[in-house]
Design a protein around this ligand. Sequence first.
Ligand code: DP6
Length: 355
Amino acid sequence: MPADHRSEPVGLRERGHHAATGSTTGAATAFAQPNIALVKYWGKRDERLVLPHSSSLSLTLDIFPTTTTVRLDPAAGTDAVTLGGEPAAGEPRRRVVAFLDLVRDLAGRTEPAVVDTRNTVPTGAGLASSASGFAALAVASAAAYGLDLDATALSRLARRGSGSAARSILGGFAVWHAGEGTGAAGDLASYAEPVPVSGLDPALVIALVDAGPKAVSSRAAMRRTVDTSPLYRAWADSSGADLPDMLAALRRGDLDAVGEIAERNALGMHATMLAARPAVRYLSPATLEVLDGVLQLRRDGVPAYATMDAGPNVKVLCHRTDAGRVAEVVGAAGRCPAVVARPGPGARLWTGDEP
Ligand code: DP6
């Protein structure tokens, strides 16, 4: 994987921040990018603490950043939250305020905050906007409230906002350990960390078959799957077995093995949803057309492997050198735009040195 100076784990590096003395600027801006899971997170064993049933593994991308600014406003009566410049309401606002409450508890602070979040990825389309969103919010709010957290602690914190956000704290490939138990012990054991990879130069081509918001949120869909799908337990067990195979494939830089494991893991996850009562179906006719395009690529000797999340869009893993060809084929198959992503950095504070 190419070196990227910004993919190092983040602590708090904000200028003018002195956690030990309790003196902070009270404002911070952070960036984070989405990640796409190659071994999926699907199902919680603890809803409040966002503890998953099984461990997962992902690749953080270099596209679609979220930028979040948190500024403390001691004079305000409540938190003010804007998403893309518009005041947030309902569930999105409730989740941000609950997250700020958590950060305030940890920091022993009470001031309300002004939060401004901008996504460059369509929100709620199964393109991991909650992963980049809560990773950026974790880094920015921890800094604004004067918490001095390392990458592991930031990952645990981001997890509380949205499980997949635990992995966007890290750059490149990351594994999110499910950990064991509930309560404080479960919380401590469940965080993401970087995965050693050698000799891989991958790309992830995203076939954007539909950027509209999904009908069922991933949170509701995974709850329904765990509660009602007779296939859920079988998938969770086989996903547990996929993880060590995936780690070994990454260690030896074997893109075909990585892709095969990722594709079967994703299809199995969608099978659990199709068997839920009532069924959750995110895959559309265009999704299947793209999957046919991926099969054709493989028949033509181009290593390409598909994965899908809580939406109809298809992410295709391939060698970087094949990304142009893969984008052409899957874009034509799905009659849709195809965007090429590469491994990207973990969540980070704005330091003022960025271009
Ligand atoms: C299908 O992280 O969005 O993308 O923890 O309820 O916020 P919550 O769920 P979320 O779920 C992501 C599910 C997935 C698979 C994955 O990213 O591992």
